[in-house]
Write a protein that binds this ligand. Structure first.
Ligand code: FAD
Length: 421
């Protein structure tokens, strides 16, 4: 039960961005009274699950271009402000200063040296204690109202406290099982902030075609997301890596990365085109398959590609090319060989949806950046209200960029709020 009490800064949400905001504020101005309120019984619930329990918390390649806004597109101003110069060095040094030692892995992904997400949480909570920041769990903030020159934060249980500055660090809607239901949007809307429609991102794609026969197959390749509109089509996103086939469609990191760019609107549909043999041009592959037709003349049709692709994928492709199980490679005419080569290069699926909020790692969309100051992360509509983390309309691909944004924006919001007092 918390009734009353006046704080200098109150932060709503003890996730990655909120914890960093509190630590940065308290370090800049140790004399300030800082409190974090968290609706869950424990802080940082989601952080334990990040990076499959290893917490890929940064990427050495942090740059504005890694980020997009669903409303404003690639490299929005906020990303340019947060990630200029040696942003990676600054954030990494700050985190090292609270005991998080980095270990760099492939593609610039940065993990804690122990490869344990729990060690990142422990270090953050240790800093919260040593900076004498109050952490109040079980406080589900429902309302922020102006009372003279402070804000009154009211919880679902009618507990309340006052603060001179409030930082909204409530996250988005992704990872709903960790308590994220998009409460921050409602809090922001109460001040007149516009919310860019949130959609689940970094998740699998559901396809109309039944590719269940390939469930469990993993193959290296490129996924291109094609956006179809009444007047034509464009490649909305494309990424290479390990494609995983599931009972309902496709998954894997490269699929997650293109899922960020899917927005179903009236008259818009999507297709995923997979290139499962990226290293070959279509002509080159066609020639190779004609040779293999001779080498494997007496074998079933999938033999023509099964040394190039996992067997189940080979079977699926020759079936889609219209081959029959009783046929042999020597029965395949040039057109069918060509068709198989084309399918390897452009295996097309109609995308009917994405994973749910439970499956998604981030939210695309959120509080519109047009009403937030990109340097201070303060609201342009409500004085002394700040935002940080996933609640904002910013998202990035897998690889430590999203936690990078949570940490960078948390630091900035905390420093701005503290400096303004
Ligand atoms: C399974 C999974 C794995 C991921 N792995 C990675 C990874 O390896 N690398 C990476 O960069 N990103 C990863 N992400 C994304 C990353 O975790 C998020 O982008 C990041 O945590 C966002 O930080 P945040 O502080 O904005 O929000 P959150 O971490 O979601 O924290 C928000 C906090 O606010 C609290 N809250 C919400 N509403 C209220 C309210 N009304 N009152 C009080 N408290 C409230 C929530 O309970 C929560 O604790 C992963 C996400 C998931 C789901």
């Amino acid at each position: 039960m918390k009734r009353g009490g006046l704080y200098d800064i109150a932060i709503i949400g003890a996730g990655a961005s909120g914890l960093l905001a509190a630590i940065a504020a308290a370090r800049l101005r140790p004399e300030l009274r800082v409190i974090i309120v968290e609706k869950n019984a424990e802080p940082a619930k989601k952080l334990y699950a990040t990076g499959n329990g290893r917490c890929n918390y940064l990427n050495t390649g942090l740059s504005p271009e890694a980020y997009s806004s669903a409303e404003l597109g690639s490299a929005p101003e906020i990303a340019k402000t947060l990630f200029h110069g040696n942003a990676y060095g600054v954030i990494s040094d700050f985190l090292r200063g609270i005991g998080i030692e980095p270990k760099e892995s492939s593609e610039g992904r940065v993990y804690p040296r122990s490869m344990q997400a729990s060690d990142v949480v422990s270090a953050l909570l240790s800093a919260i204690r040593s900076e004498r920041i109050e952490l109040l769990c079980g406080f589900d903030a429902k309302e922020i109202v102006r009372v003279e020159d402070s804000w009154k934060l009211q919880s679902a249980e009618r507990d309340y406290l006052y603060a001179r500055r409030v930082i909204i660090a409530t996250g988005g809607r992704a990872g709903i099982q960790y308590g994220c239901i998009g409460e921050g949007y409602r809090l922001a809307q109460a001040f007149g902030h516009r919310i860019v429609k949130p959609i689940p991102a970094l998740t699998h794609l559901i396809t109309a075609e039944d590719a269940g026969a390939m469930a469990g197959v993993r193959a290296a390749g490129r996924v291109s997301l094609i956006k179809l509109m009444g007047y034509g089509s464009v490649t909305a996103a494309s990424d290479s890596g390990e494609i995983q086939f599931t009972k309902t469609g496709i998954s894997g990191i490269c699929t997650f990365n293109v899922s960020r760019h899917m927005r179903f609107e009236d008259g818009v549909s999507y297709r995923a085109e997979l290139d499962l043999l990226e290293e070959y041009g279509e002509e080159e592959l066609n020639e190779l398959l004609l040779e293999r037709r001779t080498i494997f003349a007496a074998e079933a049709p999938e033999a023509i590609i099964s040394g190039l692709l996992p067997r189940k994928a080979a079977q699926y492709i020759v079936n889609r090319a219209g081959c029959l199980p009783r046929e042999r490679c020597r029965d395949l005419d040039r057109d069918r060989v060509r068709r198989i080569a084309q399918l390897c290069k452009k295996l097309s699926f109609t995308v009917t949806g994405t994973g749910s909020w439970k499956d998604a790692q981030v939210t695309s969309g959120g509080v519109s950046l047009t009403e937030v100051d990109p340097a201070e992360l303060s609201s342009r509509l409500a004085k002394h209200i700040y935002f940080c983390g996933e609640v904002l309309d910013v998202d990035a691909p897998c690889g430590g960029f999203n936690l990078g944004f949570a940490f960078a924006s948390g630091m900035t919001a905390g420093l701005s709020a503290a400096a303004s007092i």
